[in-house]
Ligand binder design. Structure first.
Ligand code: NZQ
Ligand code: ZN
Length: 381
């Protein structure tokens, strides 16, 4: 087991009607609120009205920034930061999925400083403060509701950067599973893939504490058991709750106890696909993970077989990979570049992008020869 330090200050509020405490919770951080949300789903399905009435009942003044896109971009973060500063907001409420919450985390750093928030994400500057962030999650996937990470794209520099800073832990996160019943089938499936991928990134990280291996495998097993049921019954709140809790547990730090780090190579590769082709995050991962496992087949067979045994009761690397791929296909997430409309023509641009950003894992290094093999697997698996 590796040495490790644990810190997670986010207060999680989970369950039906839990949002009724939102106004009083936000009020303790300030009166002037920046409400950040996405492209309109929250208005269409009534979550926006629910949140606004909660905030108004507590006498809070609301300013807004909307239009955050999936695979969020730094331009929106910059614009929202300006609006927040102009109106002297004291607290942010992020209403949405990972893209909205991640953007809000960087906005919270931007508002508390006079710097360009991108300089924080690229480690050019170190932020000293953040304004408080409260989240209302509408999509189970990323775990951002209870971690200190944010991922934002910058097309002018050609980067999708994941940045982690303890200043960005949400103060409070409200998770009402009934807020996720409207997530469409495709994003429901990508969310399940994402939480499984987070568990796998931890599993293949540095350090193999047995109890954490078991917990991690159990999180994935829960998603494998209940994910397909949810895909056939999207408005089932109990199933939504199970997947929502799985997603939070997969990336709130728990699966990294006793580890030096997760691996995160698959996420690095997936982020480059999202940057190039606007591939939804979870879809990029169901394409990359089988390819990465094939690459690692002869390098870490014991570890892969431990996973396969735990998840599927199988005894070989090949069966483990097959079963995982079959699961991704069953829930409707792509497992090849072909399925997202790409062909051999994209090979060189993908390889160039992997090389440019030197994509590798924290535990299992990847070089240019590996990149080539990975793209082959992704094209033809
Ligand atoms: O924009 P709106 O209209 O809100 O629609 C969104 C969006 O189109 C829609 N949606 C969200 N909640 C809904 C809903 N539609 C109906 N009903 C609801 N209740 O879903 C679409 C996708 O939303 P998005 O926020 O992009 O999805 P997700 O939560 O999967 O977030 C993905 C982003 O998070 C990053 C990814 O890289 C990606 O940019 N990640 C963040 C991590 C973190 N902070 O720890 C870790 C992850 O590995 C990941 O990298
Ligand atoms: Zn992810």
């Amino acid at each position: 087991m590796e040495n490790f330090t644990v810190y997670n200050p986010t207060r999680l509020h989970f369950g039906g009607n839990i949002i009724n405490n939102l106004g009083t919770t936000v009020k303790q951080y300030g009166k002037r609120v920046l409400l950040v949300y996405g492209k309109g789903s929250v208005k269409k399905y009534g979550y926006y009205d629910h949140v606004v009435s909660q905030l108004q009942e507590s006498g809070l003044e609301i300013f807004e920034y909307s239009g955050i896109k999936p695979n969020p971009i730094i331009e929106d973060v910059e614009k929202a930061t300006i609006i927040g500063k102009q109106n002297n907001v004291e607290v942010i409420v992020a209403l949405g999925g990972g893209s909205v919450i991640d953007s809000a985390k960087i906005i919270s750093l931007g508002i508390a400083s006079n710097e360009n928030p991108w300089d924080f994400m690229t480690w050019k500057l170190t932020p000293q403060k953040a304004i408080p962030l409260v989240t209302v999650l509408t999509l189970a996937a990323t775990g951002t509701e209870m971690n200190a990470a944010a991922v934002v794209q910058n097309h002018s520099t050609g980067q999708k950067v994941g940045y982690v800073n303890p200043l960005m832990f949400p103060k409070d996160s409200f998770l009402d599973p009934s807020f996720t019943v409207t997530v469409p089938k495709n994003y429901t499936s990508y969310g399940i893939v994402d939480l499984i991928a987070h568990s796998l990134e931890a599993f293949f990280g540095q350090g193999e504490p047995s109890v954490i291996d078991q917990i991690t495998i159990d999180i994935i097993k829960d998603a494998i058991q209940f994910g397909p049921l949810l895909m056939d019954d999207l408005t089932n709140v109990e199933l939504r709750a199970k997947i929502m809790l799985d997603a939070t547990l997969a990336l709130n730090g728990l699966t990294s106890y006793g580890k030096k780090s997760g691996d995160w190579g698959v996420h690095g590769l997936g982020h480059e696909l999202s940057l190039l082709f606007d591939t939804p995050h979870g879809a990029s991962l169901s394409i990359v993970y089988p390819a990465w496992l094939k690459l690692q087949k002869n390098r870490i067979p014991k570890r892969i077989i431990k996973l396969g045994k735990g998840l599927f009761g199988v005894d070989t690397v090949d069966e483990t990979i097959e079963k995982l791929m079959a699961f991704f296909m069953k829930i409707g997430s792509p497992v090849s570049l072909n399925e997202i409309g790409l062909s051999d023509d994209s090979r060189s641009s993908i390889l160039e992008q992997f090389k440019k950003n030197n994509v590798s894992g924290m535990h299992h290094n990847l070089n240019e020869v590996d990149h080539k093999k990975l793209v082959n697997f992704m094209l033809f698996q």
